[in-house]
Design a protein. Sequence first.
Lengths: 221, 221
Amino acid sequence: MTIEISAFAWVPPFAQGYVKDLRPRWALAEAGIDYTVSLVGNGRADTPEYRAWQPFGQVPAYRDDEVELFESGAILLHIAQKSPALAPRDKQEAATTTAWVFSALNAIEPKVDNMILPAIFHPGEPWIEGARAAAEDILRLRLNSLSNALGEKDWLTGRFGVADIVMASVLRGLQDEPILRDFPRLAAYLKRCLARPAFDAAIKAQLATFAENAPPEAAAS
Amino acid sequence: MTIEISAFAWVPPFAQGYVKDLRPRWALAEAGIDYTVSLVGNGRADTPEYRAWQPFGQVPAYRDDEVELFESGAILLHIAQKSPALAPRDKQEAATTTAWVFSALNAIEPKVDNMILPAIFHPGEPWIEGARAAAEDILRLRLNSLSNALGEKDWLTGRFGVADIVMASVLRGLQDEPILRDFPRLAAYLKRCLARPAFDAAIKAQLATFAENAPPEAAAS
């Protein structure tokens, strides 16, 4: 089985360690599956060839001997079927896994993005504080629900799987935010997820790609 | 096979026809599969019993003889496996379907929500125009990518499926917005999706639920 994922050749330091190819890198590291990286840089993101693989010009895209696909959630559900370390044990666990992957990406991530991204992409604009406060109100409700659903469990579905990889990747955006202190169960869950050796391997692999492909002016700074 | 979905007993008029149980109703109507509705009202959304089924207290939740699950995207992928009318023809079509369902819910819907929802939930607040403009800028890029990916095809995966149900449900939020006029291919795609008899059946079924359960003050107005 040959597996290839796409990843940006380089991104500015604030985004390093947070680009979404981290998610399949993490899942593949958990599964002990090797992969190659197809670099996206020098305008490739906008080429018809790359858009046929990833319609939005983003990363990651994925291909193996059987299929090619895009969207980190879809890629992780696909990878989960390949590995004893990640495959759901029965139909109910598979269904619950799929549900939580969607929750992470539709119920939680957009609200995290709304809290974090405006200050990064629209610094100083007068609307960002109001938008952030509204996003935080909704996010607080969602995190409360998520914390209750997690309960005393270590992982969302009873054992570690791709739902935890996606959810932890999303919650990680809140690591430096005070809001997570109000949800100690989620803070502990996030810490537990990020302590996994496969997460560390994924981060190192992403950062290694950026180091290898740093533009001269970035390498010099 | 007994199928049950949850739906709010009643919502205010502005939300009627747009609550997300419309999505499984539409898919089940396409498949010709009967279902029963488990009503959510009178505080049931916050009960431990309902939260065990739908952790965020939202709709829809779903159960059949084999599994129960939540999140409209997860529910539609599950329903797609059950029906010759919706089941992917091969592994690649299944992978592409899953990818587009995630795109609709993670790449497109959050930006549509950011354009539309602040004016509904925070009317008159000073930040909503700035937030809307920023959301529209991103959405415009995404719709352009989506339009290019759709190309001359009638449907996202080559034949109608749950990816189209989710994408059309999301794009429908833009029906009264000028932005859709700038993407005539997507406007035509949306019209084509909404012309399907199963969409009409789903809308009628959702509205019938609300009519049956309208509170006295709403019924009188």
